[in-house]
Design a protein around this ligand. Structure first.
Ligand code: SF4
Length: 228
């Protein structure tokens, strides 16, 4: 199996972005404390990611078979209708930062540490996307993630991990019996070249989500995917 592992890329925490996210001012005591944590995290952290090129071997109205594993989702099947290869991936903030974050006891520091781990995960996702674009020239990439929309539940992480081999051994991400991942600040999914750009958020009605990347389109499911 040809998986690519990215575990040695340069990354850094943009402190002004972190500061804004945490509602802190650089000059005050809290700002200085958070900056010291960010500097420590940069020294310790090793965000990582892995992916492979997956061939679509067969497909139906609500499933696709990729490298011998069946993925069941009406939305995934329709999004991949004209696609022949996908890029299944797992990315993580890394076990090093996850361990580091357990050393904090105050609620405030724990909150900052989670935000810092989120930035490390963001760095690994960016490194992954850049690598895929650079190596495979897929054109505009869309992404789907198990558990982000009703049509593709978290249980699909089992097939996703299987198609990647052993993410625990390769990058330290374990799939638990609950289908959540450990470290918790990890992401799994598939990137694919899409005729119509797709974001999970287009099908997600969650209100006031700080991570929203596209408006909710309540008629989109019926219009594009019909009924399962
Ligand atoms: S709106 Fe928020 S919860 Fe819903 S898919 Fe987008 S990022 Fe995820």
């Amino acid at each position: 199996m040809d998986t690519t592992i990215l575990d040695d890329f340069a990354w850094r925490i943009e402190f002004p972005v972190l500061q804004e996210q945490l509602g802190l001012k650089k000059g005050d005591g809290y700002g200085q404390e958070a900056e010291a944590m960010a500097v420590q995290a940069e020294a310790i952290g090793r965000p990582k990611a892995m992916y492979r090129v997956g061939r679509i071997e067969s497909r139906g109205a609500s499933h696709v078979v990729i490298e011998g594993r069946t993925f069941t989702s009406r939305v995934l099947a329709v999004n991949l209708e004209k696609v022949h290869r996908v890029f299944p991936f797992v990315a993580t903030c890394g076990a090093e930062l996850d361990e580091w974050s357990t050393s904090f006891t105050s609620a405030l520091e724990k909150f900052w540490a989670e935000a810092i781990k989120g930035m490390a995960l963001g760095a690994s996702m960016r490194a992954l996307a850049e690598h895929i674009k650079d190596q495979h020239r897929p054109g505009d990439l869309s992404m789907m993630n198990p558990g982000s929309i009703e049509s593709w539940p978290l249980t699909e992480n089992k097939a996703l991990f299987s198609v990647l081999g052993d993410p625990k051994e390769s990058i330290g991400v374990e799939l638990m019996d609950s289908y959540f991942m450990k470290p918790g600040i990890s992401a799994s999914g598939m990137w694919f070249p899409a005729e119509h750009h797709f974001e999970n958020c287009m099908l997600c009605p969650m209100q006031n989500c700080p991570g929203r990347r596209a408006p909710y389109d309540k008629k989109m499911y019926e219009r594009r995917y019909g009924k399962d």
